[in-house]
Design a protein around this ligand. Sequence first.
Ligand code: SAH
Ligand code: SF4
Length: 347
Amino acid sequence: MTIEKVDLKNLSPSELETFLNRFGKERYRSVQILRWLYKKGAHSFEEMTNLSKNFRQELSQASNMSNLQPLLVEQSRDGTNKFLFQLEDGNRIESVLIPDKKRLTLCISTQVGCAMGCQFCLTGKMGLIRNLAVAEIINQILAVRETLNERTPLTNIVLMGMGEPLANYENVLKAIQLMTHPEAFKFSSRRVTLSTVGLIPEMEQLAKEKFRFRLALSLNASDDETRNHLMPVNRYHPLEKVLEICRNLPLQPRARITFEYVLLEGENDSPEDAKRLLKLLKGIPSKINLIPLNEAPEIPFKRPPEEKIRHFQEILMKGGLPAIVRASKGSDISAACGQLQGKASRF
Ligand code: SAH
Ligand code: SF4
């Protein structure tokens, strides 16, 4: 009988410590292994030269470490890079690397496909295939980092690729623990952002835990009727309730929730919508990212004209709500928001 080996990259920092207990090893072993896996990006136990040969041998009998290699990297005219990865079972996911002035942001996926069915999103059209394992989430960061020059490190991680992160709650939270752990990736919690449609039970759970990352909420409408139509998930997770939870979330000092709002011509882009938004978000430390729709033949909506977008933004700003229009990067290689489908754009 063969015993299945544990993929060390599927373990949170505390799970790694528990796993190593069985070898009767000192606690600092888990710190050493975290460093090898995530600071140095080791691919094998042989590289872990500060561990004894015996211990490395024992470890390799009980565990392994998975990796991801990009199948394809596509480059956009604006400097955005899209990485296509093939998972062990043949499914494919994507990550998007976005350079912007002083930042280098990596947008990662949390599921293959997505069950939420938002009407304006190509990932939604795929339906949900499966959740990603912790290792599959984390390996996107490791694989992209290997392609970078040491002088241009990743500065930000956004969980805004394929999938609804809170629908894969446990794995996503473990992966974020690794991202922010001082002995692993050591990203500041201000530089890791999770974007969600706002699933109520998971949001309530977050409110109870001391979560350490930034939150972005995909609002996309200013009333339930419009949101029901654009985002079927709103029928079970309605606006008022989601916003009530946001109002009571224990945010870090000076932190704000980012509300994302995809602008669709004639659907949610009127001055009345902007005014309703101001009312809805009263009392919540917020800022708004307006995302003019990235159009696609399969999507039955249009991007509003520039003038309307500016007017919408102005109403919000005048009402005291910081609002930026997010430039859509990488649309020529289908790497922009809502365009990820786990396939190459050009063949
Ligand atoms: N599932 C999560 C995160 C991934 S989607 C969520 O929905 O929040 C990331 C962002 O892309 C969301 O804010 C979503 O509203 C936006 N988006 C989806 N399709 C889009 C499109 N076609 N054009 C512009 N933004 C889109
Ligand atoms: Fe899923 Fe987000 Fe796309 Fe909606 S916008 S279908 S939640 S990935």
